[in-house]
Design a protein. Structure first.
Length: 176
């Protein structure tokens, strides 16, 4: 398939699609990185439990902090810098470097790595999903984050201005 791609723009789009496929595979196949529930001498487990005041929930291996996922996300962001006008064939706008830097500074501090996608509006969407069909979608703009959350059949939307509030909302989503 790669041999049939003639111009550099199509090659860049092909590479983005390929990276997205790799991103999905890394998320789904974390089994090779950890042995099952082995505690080290300090008492840490490969399946940590995060607690808040209202509940306790075991975090699965593919939801843990992942340096591999962070590396993939950083490569995706580097590729998003190369998107030109009409990158998606539907008049998609290029991603502003301010937004790319904003996402990069956020993800390096996140305990749970999101799936990243460029949008046709020139923004980046971050997504989190749980097995119970709960989800968070965060669209990153230059001056704000727009969060949409679906949990237990309820929908919630909010505009967020600062990284700290967003990080807390993501952590609480996983810690419930």
């Amino acid at each position: 398939m790669k041999d049939n791609i003639s111009d550099s723009r199509n090659r860049k789009v092909y590479n983005l699609v390929l990276l997205a496929a790799v991103n999905q595979k890394i998320t789904a196949n974390r089994e090779y990185l950890y042995s099952e529930n082995i505690d080290d001498s300090c008492g840490y487990s490969n399946n940590p439990i995060y607690q808040d005041q209202s509940s306790t929930r075991r975090i699965t291996r593919n939801e843990e902090y992942s340096l591999d996922r962070l590396k993939v996300n950083k490569r995706l962001l580097d590729n998003y810098k190369n998107l030109k006008s009409n990158w998606n064939g539907y008049r998609g706008e290029p991603i502003n470097n301010v937004i790319i830097k904003k996402v990069e500074s956020l993800i390096i501090n996140l305990e749970f790595q999101p799936k990243l996608f460029p949008t046709g509006r020139g923004t980046i969407q971050m997504e989190y999903y749980l097995d119970d069909k709960s989800l968070i979608e965060i669209e990153v703009f230059e001056d704000e984050f727009f969060l949409y959350k679906e949990e237990n059949g309820s929908e919630y939307e909010v505009s967020i201005k600062d990284n700290q509030t967003l990080q807390e909302m993501i952590f609480n989503f996983y810690a419930r």
